[in-house]
Design a protein around this ligand. Structure first.
Ligand code: AMP
Ligand code: GLY
Length: 422
């Protein structure tokens, strides 16, 4: 079958790599793709949110499956749009994508299904005074979240009451996140280690396809501002059988049962953003897609044919499927542009190593190939090196050695990915 993959990050390069290995995949198209994805298919210059153009392309090229990398097309109703032309999409329906698209929706859903998450209240501008009063009753740190999609920037952890009041004012009265902060969730701060768990579901059954720990801060030792993710490791030592059993019983099963009960149609990935609080898992957030850079470690460890999994999912045959994982550990290290996550320059010439050692891969993120064939930077997160090895420590060292060899002016990366597991 011909497959259309949407997106342009390291996640999509890793998915393109995996999809193209399937004997079930004839032609792979990536819209819009990046400087790396064309290794595994054909890049198509269509924006992920231009559904009409995607539909024209899909019908002209006999596309039988659409795999969506990023969240916004899913929140905008990609699944429902293509249901009308009978092209299956890997993802949730628009209604179910609200699990990521609205923090308030997801908190209410978890509350209805009895899923452990931080205590919270939601406020609109009309309830501003109540919000201020609620903040005064909380013990800092206090977590404020813009309700809607805010490109990963809508969460502010406030160390003082004053800061929380200012952020609430900015979000509700000054519209600092536009429509996304029309409603603000104020929630209890949870202290623990985070874990990302990935599931494929057909809305009734599910399979865990991997888990990872993401390093979100720009600086070594987890310092400085948040980024989209500077590196990842998988598997995570504390996510042992006993902890994962709790995750399944307390979180995954009630989530899937909740989707069925509330008739939220879902045929795709669920990313459970969890936090381990003294051995107990809580949900920080749901995402309706794979993570980036989590995909760059989860997908290389997944041994199943991913297209076969997609087909089974759409045929409601997931339950009978066995998932197998590489026993090796994986680590990925992301190289970014100078200045990221603040402002940075694009269009800088890049040179990649001519050969890669065994069990290592380079997944392009913000790169592009110019008409003359030159590879240039094209984003904040530029390229990720993934390595597999017997231990996290060896995998991280191997990935770091590869990213060392990537050359462009202003390259920055963390040298301590996986540090707490060394
Ligand atoms: P999000 O944009 O929802 O991924 O949140 C960004 C980050 O904020 C998360 O990865 C956590 O590190 C942090 N965070 C969100 N909610 C909480 C919470 N209730 N307690 C502690 N940290 C949180
Ligand atoms: N790495 C976190 C995310 O993809 O949202």
């Amino acid at each position: 079958m011909n497959i259309l993959l949407l997106g342009s990050g390291g996640r999509e390069h890793a998915l393109a790599w995996k999809i193209s290995q399937s004997p079930l995949c004839d032609k792979l198209f990536i819209a819009p793709g990046n400087g790396g994805t064309a290794q595994f298919g054909t890049n198509v210059a269509i924006s992920v949110n231009d559904f009409e153009s995607l539909e024209d392309f899909a019908s002209a090229h006999d596309v039988a499956l659409i795999v969506c990398g990023p969240e916004d097309p899913l929140v905008n109703g990609l699944y429902d749009f293509f249901a009308e032309s009978s092209v299956p999409v890997i993802g949730p329906s628009k209604a179910a994508a609200q699990l990521e698209g609205s923090k308030e929706f997801s908190k209410k859903f978890m509350h209805r299904q009895g899923i452990p998450t931080a205590a919270y209240r939601a406020f609109t501008a009309a309830q501003y005074d109540e919000g201020i009063a609620f903040i005064a009753e909380q013990k800092p740190p206090i977590v404020l979240k813009a309700d809607g999609l805010a490109a990963g920037k809508g969460v502010v952890i406030c160390e003082t009451h004053l800061q929380a009041e200012e952020v609430l004012t900015d979000m509700l009265l000054n519209g600092s996140f536009g429509e996304a902060s029309h409603t603000v969730v104020v929630e209890q701060f949870l202290s623990g280690i985070e874990l990302s768990v990935f599931v494929l579901t057909d809305g009734r059954d599910y399979k865990i396809i991997g888990h990872a720990k993401d390093y979100k801060r720009i600086g070594e030792g987890d310092t400085g501002p948040n980024t989209g993710g500077m590196g990842c490791v998988s598997p995570v030592p504390f996510a042992d059988a006993a902890f994962m059993q709790k995750v399944e019983e307390l979180i995954i099963k009630p989530t899937i049962a909740g989707l069925a009960k509330e008739q939220l149609e879902y045929k795709g990935f669920i990313f459970f953003g969890l936090i381990n609080v003294a051995g107990e898992p809580y949900v920080i957030e749901y995402n309706c897609r794979m993570g980036d850079p989590e995909t760059e470690v989860v997908i290389p460890r997944l041994q199943n044919d991913i297209v076969d999994l997609f087909v089974k999912l759409h045929n409601n045959e997931l339950a009978a499927t066995t998932i197998s994982f590489d026993t090796q550990a994986a680590a990925t290290v992301m190289a970014v542009s100078k200045g990221y996550p603040g402002s940075y320059t694009k269009g800088i010439a890049m040179q990649l190593p001519a050969e890669l050692p065994a069990d290592t891969m380079l997944f392009h993120a913000g790169t592009s190939v110019q008409a003359d064939g030159e590879l240039i930077t094209n984003g904040g997160r530029v390229i990720a090196a993934t390595a597999k090895a017997a231990t996290i420590q060896e995998a991280a060292a191997k990935a770091t050695a590869v990213i060392d060899q990537v050359q462009y002016e202003g390259k920055y990366y963390r040298r301590d990915i996986g540090y707490e597991f060394m």
